[in-house]
Design a protein around this ligand. Sequence first.
Ligand SMILES: [Zn+2]
Length: 288
Amino acid sequence: MSLVTMSYLLKKAQKGHYAVGAFNFPDLSSIQGIAQAAAAKKSPVIIMPAVLTMNEMGDEMCYSTIETISHEYPDIDIAIHLDHCSDFERIKRCIDYGYTSVMIDASAYPFEENIERTCRVVEYASRYGVTVEAELGHIGGTEDDISVDERDALFTKVEDAVEFVKQTNVGALAIAVGTAHGFYKSTPKLDFDRIAAIRAAIDVPLVLHGGSGVPDEDFKKAIALGITKINVGTELKVHGNFDVQKAAYATADHGDVRKIQALVRAKTQEIVEHKIDVFGSAGKMVEA
Ligand SMILES: [Zn+2]
C-alpha cells in the first residue's frame, strides 16, 4: 500500500526544495504510464482525476483504478487527488471513496465566498486527514482572450494569500502567476517576483497549474523560488495519448487495440519521466 496524503508529499518536497508532479489522465493506459514513470524514476507522484474524466470513468472507478495500480508499486508514494471541483457534495463523496487529497476551486467567487466554500471543505476533509488544495486568483485557460493588464489583475495578491491561508488553513494553495490551462500560443511569462513574495509571506505549499508548455528552465526557477506542486494535464492528453492513437490507427492493419495502448503507456511514461527529472523529484523514494 503506497497511498499517502498530498500534504505528506508536499511537506517533504518543501524541505527538499523540489516539486512533485501532479498528472491528469484521459484513460487507463495513461494512468499506467504515469505510475510506470514514477516507479522507473523512484519518484513520488500525484495522480489526479479531472472532473471531465470522472464524468466518463466514474468518480469511484477513478479512485479504485489508481488505488489498484498502486498495489504494483509498494515502494512509490502516490496521492490520489481530485482536481478542480466546485461541487461540495461531489468532493464529500470523493473523500468518502478514499481520495487522499481534493481541490476545491471556488476561485470564480468573490474573496469572502471563496474562503467560506473552502472552509466548508477543509472542515469535512480534516476529519479524515485528507489534504485540501484551494485556488486564489484566477488561473484560467490559454483560450481566454484577455489583455496583459487584465491578466495581472487576476494574479494572486500577496496580502490576499496571507489572509486566505490564515482563515482557511488549506494544505496547498494554487496561485495565479502567469500560467494557464491548455497549450500556450506563445511562451508564458511567469511572475517570478510574485512567487517569491508569496512564498516569503506564507508557509503553505504552493501549486503551479498549467504546466503544459512552460519551459524547463522556468519550471526550475519557479521551484527554486517556492513552487512545490506542478500540474500537467494537456500535454499527456494530447501528446501522450491522442497523437499516439491517431498515428497508430492511421497505420495499424492488425486491429489490435492493445498494441496501441502499449504505445500510449510508453509515450506517457516518457513525458512524465522528463517532468520528474525537471521537477527534481527523481530518486526521492530511495532517500531517507
Ligand atoms: Zn488546474
